[in-house]
Design a protein around this ligand. Structure first.
Ligand code: NDP
Length: 294
C-alpha cells in the first residue's frame, strides 16, 4: 500500500501558490481576496471556514469571514452576495454549506457571480466543466485530481467507481474522471443509495472514490486487490481522546482496505487538505483573471 499523502502534496502546492500570490501582489498592489460567508453556528462549518481563512493568510491572500445569525433571511443574504459581486476588491466568494432550512442553497449558489464562484458550484461553472471549458472546478474534486496528478496515477482506460452523487463531490468527480484529460479518460460508474448490487459495482473499480458520509462504509470485501482508493468522507464523532473533543473518520475502513489497495488516502490528512488547495488555486485564478478575463 502507498499513501496518497494530502499533507505532503498540499504543502508543496501551497508553496507554489504563495510564490504566485507574491508575484500577483507585486504587480497589482493588492492581495488575492477571498470572502467566506458563514450562517449560524454549526461546529463543523466553523472549523472548515476557520481553516480556509487560516490557509488564505498562509499563502498571502486577504481573507474576510462574514458571519450571520442563523435567522438571516434569504433576501438579506442574497442582497449581501449581490453587493460582493459588484466589489472589485473581492476575487472569490464562498457561502459555507449547509445553510439553515429556510434558505434555498440553489438560489444562493446562483446568486453568486460565476466569475467569483471559487467553490465551482454555480451551474455555469458545472456546465463549462462538463464541456471541458475553462471554469472553476469544485474544490474537492479539483483537489483529488491534483493529488492523482502529483502521484502520476495512471487513470486512462481504468474503471472508476464513484460512490455518492452530490452536486459538490460525487457528480463533478464522475465528470472529471470521464473527461478526455490527464488524469481522466476513465470509464466511470456513478453510484448512490438506489444502486443495485453496490458491492459488485465497487468491486469492479480500479479507482474507487467514496463520498457518502457514513463512517467506514467501504469495507475490504468491497474493494478489488490493487485498487486506488480515495476517501472523501469526514465523519465527526465526539471523543475524549482528542484536544478538540472530536475524532474524524473516513467513509473507508482504512485499516482493512489499505491491505488491498495499491494507493489510498488517509482521513484526516488526505482529501480534506487537498480541498483547501483546490479553493486556494481557484481564488488565485480568479484574482489573476485567467479563468474568466476581468
Ligand atoms: P451528501 O450527503 O450530499 O451525499 C451523499 C451521497 O451518498 C448521496 O448521493 C447518497 O445517495 C449517497 N449514499 C448515502 N447512503 C448510501 C448508501 N447506503 N449506498 C450508496 N450511496 C449512498 O454528501 P457530500 O457529497 O456532501 O459528502 C460526502 C462525505 O464527504 C461527507 O462525509 C462529507 O462530510 C464529506 N466531505 C468532505 C469534503 C472534504 O474536503 N474532504 C468536502 C465535502 C464533503 P442519494 O443521492 O441516493 O441520496
Amino acid at each position: 500500500m502507498n499513501l496518497l499523502d494530502g499533507k505532503l502534496v498540499s504543502a508543496k502546492i501551497k508553496e507554489d501558490i504563495k510564490k504566485e500570490a507574491e508575484a500577483f501582489t507585486r504587480q497589482s498592489g493588492r492581495r488575492p481576496h477571498l470572502v467566506a460567508i458563514l450562517v449560524g453556528n454549526d461546529g463543523g462549518s466553523e472549523t472548515y471556514v476557520a481553516s480556509k481563512m487560516r490557509n488564505c493568510e498562509l499563502v498571502g491572500f486577504e481573507s474576510t469571514n462574514i458571519r450571520y445569525d442563523v435567522n438571516i433571511s434569504e433576501e438579506e443574504l442574497i442582497a449581501k452576495i449581490k453587493e460582493i459581486n459588484q466589489d472589485t476588491s473581492i476575487d472569490g466568494l464562498i457561502v459555507q454549506l449547509p445553510l439553515p432550512k429556510h434558505i434555498d442553497p440553489e438560489k444562493i449558489t446562483e446568486a453568486i457571480d460565476y466569475r467569483k464562484d471559487v467553490d465551482g458550484f454555480h451551474p455555469i461553472n458545472l456546465g463549462r466543466m462538463q464541456r471541458n471549458l475553462s471554469c472553476f472546478v469544485p474544490a474537492t474534486p479539483y483537489g483529488i485530481m491534483l493529488m492523482l496528478e502529483y502521484y502520476n496515477i495512471d487513470t486512462a482506460g481504468k474503471k472508476a467507481v464513484v460512490v455518492g452523487r452530490s452536486n459538490i463531490v460525487g457528480s463533478p468527480m464522475s465528470i472529471l474522471l470521464a473527461r478526455n484529460s490527464n488524469p481522466g479518460n476513465c470509464t466511470v460508474t456513478l453510484t448512490h443509495s438506489r444502486t443495485a448490487n453496490l458491492k459488485d459495482e465497487v468491486l469492479a473499480g480500479d479507482i474507487v472514490v467514496a463520498a457518502i458520509g457514513r463512517k467506514h462504509f467501504v469495507t475490504a470485501d468491497m474493494v478489488k486487490e490493487g485498487a486506488v482508493v480515495i476517501d472523501v468522507g469526514i465523519n465527526r464523532e465526539e471523543s475524549s481522546e482528542t484536544k478538540s473533543g472530536f475524532k474524524l473518520y473516513g467513509d473507508v475502513d482504512f485499516e482493512e482496505v489499505s491491505k488491498k489497495a495499491s494507493w489510498i488516502t488517509p482521513v484526516p490528512g488526505g482529501v480534506g487538505l487537498m480541498t483547501i488547495v483546490g479553493l486556494l488555486k481557484n481564488t488565485l485564478e480568479a484574482a489573476k483573471g485567467t479563468v474568466y478575463s476581468k
